[in-house]
Design a protein around this ligand. Structure first.
Ligand SMILES: CC(C)(COP(=O)(O)OP(=O)(O)OC[C@H]1O[C@@H](n2cnc3c(N)ncnc32)[C@H](O)[C@@H]1OP(=O)(O)O)[C@@H](O)C(=O)NCCC(=O)NCCS
Length: 157
């Protein structure tokens, strides 16, 4: 069963484990200088990134959830307010991709977006990200391609 668990300190520890176990740092946070892989600096940056963006009320800009499948952390989902819209983002561990979990998480995020009172659900991805494009097209979002960037926009009622 796939559920979204609101991020808190214990959940953030589980989320870092999921990222290290099965995601590329560039898929889950902004670039950090240094040798490739999950160095100590990148692990610290991952924790600082989520503290700043979600956990610290003074700086928070988004709500983040751990994606739990049968009680195991396999990725993250987020909603960030932009005016009357909420921007969604998802990443999953490589070993669980392609099994429909992204589709389930998108539906759960969409329900959260509707509960938040936002007028639009938006997301962005790259032209070569076929699974993300399928996810966003699948919920009925309008997709606009501009070069390598794809913007998704879905009005909420
Ligand atoms: C994007 C991501 C969240 C999708 O989650 P997922 O669990 O793999 O997706 P699903 O299994 O639910 O599949 C979603 C759709 O993509 C399609 N799909 C899955 N893997 C695919 C692949 N490798 N190539 C093409 N299409 C693919 C599925 O067929 C499905 O389409 P359908 O609904 O038309 O049948 C996941 O791949 C991921 O974490 N990627 C890395 C981070 C990322 O790119 N995040 C999105 C940035 S906006």
């Amino acid at each position: 069963m796939t559920v979204l668990t609101p991020l808190d300190e214990p959940a953030l520890v589980r989320l870092l484990e999921a990222a290290v176990a099965g995601a590329d740092p560039l898929e889950v946070m902004p670039p950090v200088e240094g040798p490739p892989g999950w160095t100590a600096a990148r692990r610290a940056a991952f924790l600082a990134f989520h503290h700043a963006r979600s956990l610290n009320p003074a700086t928070a800009v988004e709500r983040t959830w751990v994606v739990d499948v049968d009680g195991v952390a396999v990725g993250a989902a987020r909603l960030e307010r932009h005016g009357d819209a909420v921007e969604a983002g998802i990443w999953l561990r490589r070993d669980v991709r392609g099994r429909g979990i992204g589709t389930q998480v998108t539906a759960l995020l969409l329900a959260e977006a509707q509960r938040s009172g936002a007028a639009r659900f938006i997301a962005s991805t790259t032209a070569d990200n076929h699974s993300a494009r399928s996810l966003l097209g699948g919920i009925g979002a309008a997709l606009t391609v501009a070069g390598e960037e794809v913007a998704a926009d879905l009005p909420l009622s």
